[in-house]
Design a protein around this ligand. Structure first.
Ligand code: B12
Length: 214
C-alpha cells in the first residue's frame, strides 16, 4: 500500500465516497495488502482526521455521517478477512455502547477483533442503558463485559453501569473492560473497571489476559 493509496482512502472517508473506497480496498486486497494494515494505516487515521475537522468546524454532522457510512462499507469488506482465524470459543464477551451514545464504529471493530481471536460476542448495540447490560449478563452469562463511550458526557454512564451490575450482585461473575476515545486507564481505575484498552487490537489482547486470569 503506497502513501498515495493511504491518502486516497483518507479522502474517500472524508468525502463519504462508499463506492470508491470499496473499489480501492478490493484492489489492495487483490494485491495482497493485509486487512489489518489497511485498517491501522489508513482507515483509523482517516476517521481521526474526520474528527479533527469536525472539532474545528470544517465538517458538519451530515458529512460525518457520510464518512461513517464509508467506514462501515470498508469494514464490510474487511470483516470476513479479519475473522478468518476464528476458532470457537475462547470465552463469551458482552459488548455495548453506553446510554446516550450512538457511536458504534469503534465498538464494532472491537467486536470483530474479539471474534477474530476466537471469542463469542454478544452485542447490545448503541445507547444501552445500565439495566440492559444487567439483563444481558443474567441471560448470556458472559465472562467479560466491554463498554464503549465516545463522549465525555456519556463515559460517566460506564460508572453507573458498573454500579448497576454490582447492585444486581453480578459484579463478581464478570470482568469489565472499558474503552473509547475519551476513556483512559486512569478513568478505568477510578470507576472500578478491571481493564482498559486504547484500540481494538489491544482490546482483544487484554480480554485474552482477563480470560486467562479468570
Ligand atoms: C463518526 C463520528 C460520529 C458519527 C457516529 C457514527 C457511528 N455509527 O458511529 C455521528 C455523526 C453519528 C456522530 C455524532 C456525534 N458526535 Co461524533 N464523532 C465521530 C468521529 C469523527 C469518529 C469516531 C469513530 O468512528 N472513530 C473510528 C473508530 C475506529 O475509533 P474509536 O471509535 O475511537 O474506537 C477505537 C478505540 O476508541 C477503542 N474502543 C472503542 N470502543 C471500545 C470499547 C472497549 C471495551 C475497548 C477496550 C476499546 C474501545 O477501540 C476502537 C478501535 O480501535 C469522532 C472523532 C474521533 N476522533 O473519535 C467524533 C466525536 C467522538 N464526536 C463528537 C461529538 C461531539 C458528537 C456529537 C455530540 C455531535 C453533535 N453536535 O451532535 C454527536 C453525538 C451523538 C450521540 N448521542 O452519540 C466528539 C466528542 C467530543 C467529546 N469529547 O465528548 C468527537 C471526538 C469529535 C470532536 N473532535 O469533536 N459522531
Amino acid at each position: 500500500m503506497t502513501t498515495q493509496d493511504i491518502e486516497e482512502l483518507k479522502n474517500c472517508l472524508q468525502n463519504g465516497e462508499r463506492k470508491k473506497i470499496t473499489a480501492i480496498i478490493e484492489k489492495l486486497i487483490a494485491n495482497n495488502t493485509l486487512p489489518v494494515t489497511i485498517l491501522n494505516d489508513a482507515l483509523i487515521p482517516g476517521m481521526t482526521r474526520v474528527g479533527e475537522k469536525m472539532k474545528c468546524g470544517e465538517m458538519y454532522l451530515p458529512e460525518v455521517l457520510h464518512s461513517a457510512g464509508a467506514m462501515n462499507a470498508a469494514m464490510e469488506i474487511l470483516k470476513p478477512l479479519l475473522l478468518q482465524n476464528n476458532v470457537q470459543s475462547a470465552g463469551r464477551v458482552l459488548v455495548g455502547t453506553v446510554k446516550g451514545d450512538m457511536h458504534d464504529i469503534g465498538k464494532n471493530l472491537v467486536g470483530i477483533m474479539l471474534k477474530g481471536a476466537g471469542m463469542e460476542v454478544v452485542d447490545l448495540g448503541v445507547q444501552a442503558p445500565p439495566d440492559k447490560f444487567v439483563e444481558a449478563i443474567k441471560t448470556h452469562r458472559p465472562a467479560i463485559v466491554g463498554m464503549s463511550a465516545m463522549l465525555t458526557t456519556t463515559m460517566l454512564g460506564m460508572k453507573t453501569t458498573i454500579e448497576a451490575i454490582a447492585s444486581a450482585g453480578l459484579r463478581p461473575s464478570v470482568k469489565i473492560i472499558v474503552g473509547g476515545a475519551p476513556v483512559t486507564q486512569r478513568f478505568a481505575d477510578e470507576i472500578g473497571a478491571d481493564a482498559y484498552a486504547r484500540d481494538a487490537v489491544r482490546a482483544a489482547e487484554k480480554v485474552k489476559e482477563l480470560l486467562a486470569a479468570a
